[in-house]
Write a protein that binds this ligand. Structure first.
Ligand code: TYM
Length: 334
């Protein structure tokens, strides 16, 4: 609890181009629930370097991501939107929490296994301790709520375990966070392979809709999406391609799957895919227009970056100093 409100923390990696999955699984929910919380939305650039990055490109993507948070509807005057690397408490708390996290726990992380397999030439220790940095992000702000997609649940469970372990040793230091998973869109799948989640790093660009795709591309990708042989728009596990498209359509329009089944009863996949494409366009078009406007306003964005980094540093230091004291570091002489 900060300033009398419950606290919300979340973040995204500044790696690759944001997808519709990132938007529907996370960003959209951030916007809809923010008013009820004291919020911290972080561009997690420190997480990004667990995979090799081109430095200039990383800087550019981080800024784009920060502006996308704002373009999606998060007012940076009300929401603390900042870069992880600007707040040194993230790294400092990570070190301490590393000493309270077991190798066995990190070895079980499926995302580590996936990434290690994908980047076999660079299995660095940062990739291994990545979930500890994520735990530090969340615990540093005493977050009550963490809105994420389903793929982050294992990391969030670990965060809770670390917090409880630390609290058992040192008293009530950390708030134990809860995940917030949206009713729809929590796991958007690839348009080309509905068994796989839609991802920024998909080698097949037709599998993902990127937030910056132009509108013709969005429609084309939806039209080309893999469906099934049944020929009817039905929400069931046996038709993963259609189920995924219904999920996307519901997330964009606020409709329920049963309503969509009725709407497209007796109509073919072609018409349905077109409607999905148009629903996605209706979300992405205003987002891109707002992004273009923000891109013109360098002074405003720079001011927000500076002010919010200071604000995040102020709040994070409260927790950090407490933790440092608990583990036995000498007090600072003022
Ligand atoms: P990242 O950058 O991979 O993804 C950002 C958010 O998007 C969600 N997401 C999806 N949701 C639905 N369908 C999909 N296909 C899909 N793909 C991604 C993710 O669940 C996430 O909510 N480790 C995190 C970033 C992070 C973080 C944190 C998140 C670092 N520290 C603290 C919350 C709190 C990550 O790599 O997310």
């Amino acid at each position: 609890m900060l300033d009398g409100k419950k606290t919300l923390f979340s973040g995204m990696q500044a790696t690759g181009n944001l997808t519709l999955g990132n938007y529907l699984g996370a960003l959209k929910n951030w916007v809809s629930i923010s008013d009820n919380y004291q919020t911290f939305y972080c561009v997690v650039d420190m997480h990004s370097i667990t995979i090799r990055q081109d430095p200039a490109e990383l800087r550019k993507r981080a800024r784009t991501l920060l502006m996308l948070y704002i373009a999606a509807g998060l007012d940076p005057e009300k929401n603390c939107i900042y870069y992880q690397s600007h707040v040194s408490g993230h790294a400092e708390l990570t070190w301490i929490l590393n000493c309270f996290t077991y190798m066995g726990e990190l070895n079980r992380m499926t995302q580590f296994k996936d990434k290690a397999a994908k980047h076999a030439d660079n299995i660095n220790s940062g990739l291994f301790t990545y979930p500890v940095l994520m735990a530090a992000d969340i615990l540093l702000f005493q977050a009550d709520v963490v809105p994420v997609g389903i793929d982050q649940m294992q990391h969030l469970e670990l965060t809770r375990d670390i917090a409880i372990r630390f609290n058992n040793l040192f008293g009530d230091v950390f708030t134990v966070p809860e995940a917030y998973i949206g009713k729809t869109g929590a796991k958007i799948m690839s348009l080309q392979n509905p068994e796989k989640k839609m991802s920024k790093s998909d080698e097949n660009p037709n599998g993902s809709i990127y937030l910056m795709d132009d509108m013709d591309t969005v429609i084309r990708k939806c039209k080309r999406a893999v469906t099934d042989s049944e020929g009817c728009v039905r929400y069931c596990d046996g038709q993963p391609g259609v189920k995924n498209l219904i999920d996307i359509y519901c997330s964009c329009t606020g409709k329920a799957p049963a309503e969509v089944e009725r709407e497209f009863d007796g109509r073919g996949y072609g018409e349905f895919k077109m409607a999905v494409g148009e629903a996605v366009v209706s979300i992405l078009k205003p987002l891109q227009e707002r992004f273009a406007e923000l891109s013109q306003d360098k002074v405003y964005i720079d001011r927000m970056i500076k002010e919010n980094a200071e604000k995040a540093t102020y709040f994070s230091n409260k927790t950090l100093r407490k933790v440092q004291k608990k583990v036995g570091f000498p007090e600072r002489i003022r």
